[in-house]
Design a protein around this ligand. Structure first.
Ligand SMILES: Nc1ncnc2c1ncn2[C@@H]1O[C@H](COP(=O)(O)OS(=O)(=O)O)[C@@H](OP(=O)(O)O)[C@H]1O
Length: 333
């Protein structure tokens, strides 16, 4: 019996059609594995990418010209990118959008991924490179999942600032696993959990290995704290106001006493909260031009939710790898 066709609703970055000859040639030279999120993953510069994503990674490395005033949000997939995009946008653009009328804030009608585009996805999916580069007033805000080694040279050469967000690997894995199940065609049930975990643990997952990704930016943040701000989802959850103020200092836009008196910090946090964003019409019903439903970015929004899915043995396995990989780095989850 023929299996159902792969879903046409797959986000574009996970589809394998319409690759340029240049990308096909490049991909054919790379190690390849059957993926659990995309059909195939290819290992490039030590990290795993879907075929279509590879095209964006290469385009990004070739064409992206960073400016000193740019702000780059770098994250591991499913670490709270959507949240931090909303926070960064409302923080950095607060002069423009908070006053005088918070009722018309762009976040109320636009998904955070539209306001802060993904570099390697948008470069080939949405707009030609020159267009994307000119349509933003400084500071331009971009996001990427690229590992440190794969950042475009112009980012490394510029003075642009990097905000790096990651999340406990158990919650990251669980969030990604739920996400993959949304992408499966009807009747194909859920992604086998054990198989997915085995691949994640070997590093074979979108932009994996997770631990190498995190360590790259952790070490960079220790070497260049003025350029790389490192934060965990759990830290942001626990002390949002404290970390938002730190972020504002880091980006050179601290809150003025008058803003503090007006409660701007709390307003930003309320606007960007899971409760607010996930209940907006635009995020319940909208879709990105790449095909993903906005609602796919909002599931539970909690720390420690892995307990509802992983067995004690699975959790131990992830904890053991995390301990081994991060040993001596000073980083803990
Ligand atoms: N505002 C806000 N506050 C707290 N948490 C939030 C918020 N928005 C999204 N989320 C949760 O983040 C998870 C999705 O991660 P990403 O946004 O990184 O996804 S993606 O990589 O951009 O596809 C996913 O986590 P899980 O709920 O654990 O699956 C989302 O629910």
């Amino acid at each position: 019996m023929a299996l159902p066709q792969p879903p046409t609703a797959l986000p574009q970055y996970l589809q394998e059609s319409e690759l340029s000859q240049e990308t096909r040639d490049m991909i054919s030279t790379l190690p390849r594995e059957k993926g659990w999120v995309a059909n195939h993953l290819h290992q490039y510069q030590g990290f795993w990418h879907s075929s279509r994503q590879m095209q964006g990674v290469l385009a990004c490395q070739k064409h992206f010209q960073a400016q000193d005033s740019d702000i780059l949000l770098v994250t591991t997939p499913k670490s709270g990118t959507t949240w931090l995009k909303a926070i960064l946008f409302s923080l950095v653009k607060r002069g423009e959008h908070y006053h005088p009328d918070p009722q018309h804030h762009p976040l109320l009608t636009k998904n955070p991924h539209v306001l802060v585009p993904f570099l390697e996805l948008n470069l080939y999916l949405e707009k030609p490179v020159p267009d994307l580069m000119t349509s933003y007033a400084p500071p331009r805000l971009f996001s990427t999942h690229l590992p440190l080694v794969s950042l475009p040279e112009s980012v490394k050469d510029s003075a642009c600032k990097v905000v790096y967000l990651c999340r406990n690997p158990k919650d990251t894995f669980v969030s990604l696993w739920h996400f993959t199940n949304r992408l499966r065609p009807e009747g194909r049930g859920t992604n086998p959990l054990e198989e997915a975990l085995e691949k994640f643990c070997r590093g074979v997952s979108l932009y994996g290995p997770f631990w190498d990704h995190v360590l790259g930016y952790w070490n960079e943040s220790l070497k260049r704290p003025e350029r790389v701000f490192f934060i965990k989802y759990e830290e942001m959850k626990e002390r949002p106001g404290f970390h938002l103020r730190r972020l504002a200092e880091f980006l050179g836009c601290p809150f003025f006493p008058e803003e503090e008196a007006q409660g701007v910090v709390d307003n930003i946090l309320r606007l960007c909260s899971f409760e607010t964003l996930s209940n907006l019409d635009v995020n319940k019903n909208g879709k990105l031009s790449s095909g993903e439903e906005h609602s796919a970015f909002f599931r539970r929004g909690e720390a420690g939710e892995w307990r509802n899915l992983l067995t004690a043995k699975m959790a131990e396995q992830l904890d053991r790898i995390t301990e081994e990989k991060l040993q001596g780095s000073g980083l803990k989850f």
